[in-house]
Design a protein around this ligand. Sequence first.
Ligand SMILES: Cc1cc2nc3c(=O)[nH]c(=O)nc-3n(C[C@H](O)[C@H](O)[C@H](O)COP(=O)(O)OP(=O)(O)OC[C@H]3O[C@@H](n4cnc5c(N)ncnc54)[C@H](O)[C@@H]3O)c2cc1C
Length: 543
Amino acid sequence: MSDTGISSDTVDAIVVGSGVNGLVAAAELARAGWSVALVERNDRLGGFIATEERTLPGYRHDTYSSWHPLFVAGPAYAELGGELHRHGLEYRNTEGWAIASVADDGRVACAHRDPELTAAEFAHDADRGAYLAALQRFLDNAGPIGGLLGSELHSPGVLRHLGQLVRGNGRAGTEQWLRDLASSGRAWTRRHFEGTEVDQLWAPWLLHAGLSPDHASGGLMVPVLAATLHGFGLPVVAGGAGAFVAAFEALLAEHGVAVHTGAPVAQILTEDGRAVGVVAAGRTIRARRAVLASVSPGALYGDLLPAADVPSAVREQAGAHRPGRAAMMLHVALSAPLTWTDDRLTDVPLIHLSDGAAGTAIACAEAEAGLLPRNPTVVVGRQYLLDPTRVPAGAASLWIQLQEVPYAPVGDAAGELDTSGGWTEELAKGYAARVLDRIARHAPDLHTKVLATDVVTPADLEAHNPNAEHGDPYGGAAELDQNFWWRPLPSAGSHRTSVAGLWHIGAATHPGAGLGGASGHLAAQALLQPTGLARLLRTVVPK
Ligand SMILES: Cc1cc2nc3c(=O)[nH]c(=O)nc-3n(C[C@H](O)[C@H](O)[C@H](O)COP(=O)(O)OP(=O)(O)OC[C@H]3O[C@@H](n4cnc5c(N)ncnc54)[C@H](O)[C@@H]3O)c2cc1C
């Protein structure tokens, strides 16, 4: 176990896990004067945030997450952004064409930061107005909808957001929001648009929310995703996502957080039903006020807590918690930028290979049936367009994300690859070749420019971070029955758990995956709220 900062075996709060939510929680508590220990099993901080030269020298790849619209749009950035920038965090963003989707038949749909320029490209007049109206409707309700998506749902505060929603929309308008929540993304785009562009652009984005085009709640998520992209763009961290973790490390050091790496927490200690510490790498660290755990529900309620402290309903539900589809990453070093068959793709930082709900839903269904998709949705990220320091001068790279991958493949939908040995190196290479061939249909010089490729399989994701159960990058399926009010579990849907002093944070908890940092922020802010007695004293004792 390596320690930095103030080393003490008793602190006010222990944060387990150093993904974005753990970093945010530790920083916010320490800034408020709490003594904090941050305990991480890996030998470095960040969870799914890292930058590494995974292919060739001079090529700096964001191994896992890369795009920061959720962080920049979220409450943790509002709280900590100024200090993180003081500690070196810099963003590079686009003001122009930000995303595109390209179908097998060559149809391209693009979105600009400016919604009007985006809509102007749609073939049907009615769709232009409908797109802008859908965005405006979301913006008019950003307060209550954002409040519901980003606040503690199991708290009286939620009534304020619901009240605002009903007052602003009336009964019919509120019902419309409920109908959107009950709708899939495919149903929502069919209901509102005549042409294909909105579906082609946004159906593959539902994968980034852990959904498929046919999952309920996509009808709410499409306008949320679109408004976020238009409003905040696609910021990436100058120098690589690892610089984000470095800024946090400096912030934590400034506020005296004791950082323990290489320290897997094996046990959460309780006394009289209250969390009082952890055992990590054989060492006991005690917490006076709180333990915040960024772990999976299965780990929290099945492994770390004494069985006697876990209500039976919670234990059963944690055992039945479902992982979502697995994911996979390819990192490609290129000798030079690709030449695309459609010029509009040349400067777009993030491209999906997808024809919209039609093909993406088939690939999702294949993956959920345990098959390698015949025609996977491919996310092609090109951070170097925003931040040229990522590659040697004149070169290029691809950050390729695949979000419809079976954890334990039982077959290949194309009938070409042998899956009988699981994710062997040979299978990973074979599947990577299918993906690169798919890109090459739209960038024919791809194969001549590939210098090196690195594959991160679902098993690699889980090995790096046990919270990615079954290679699921998003901390558990985000289907409606396991999301929002029911996340992480129906009987434990709040960050405050049934064990006094123990808080559950991270992607498995509301508001779910992504780099927003909201669960860490919500838990830290709840802990920093004055207690009832302190509030009473403030009102009766003059300053
Ligand atoms: C390939 C990939 C690409 C992605 N791209 C994006 C993107 O571009 N933008 C975006 O917004 N989101 C993206 N995401 C999602 C996002 O990265 C995650 O949802 C987010 O990072 C999860 O943060 P977290 O706070 O839950 O912690 P995690 O990142 O899940 O980290 C949890 C940490 O806890 C540690 N830990 C677990 N158990 C223990 C224990 N018992 N003791 C000690 N430590 C423990 C783990 O080692 C890990 O470091 C991506 C995810 C993946 C996998």
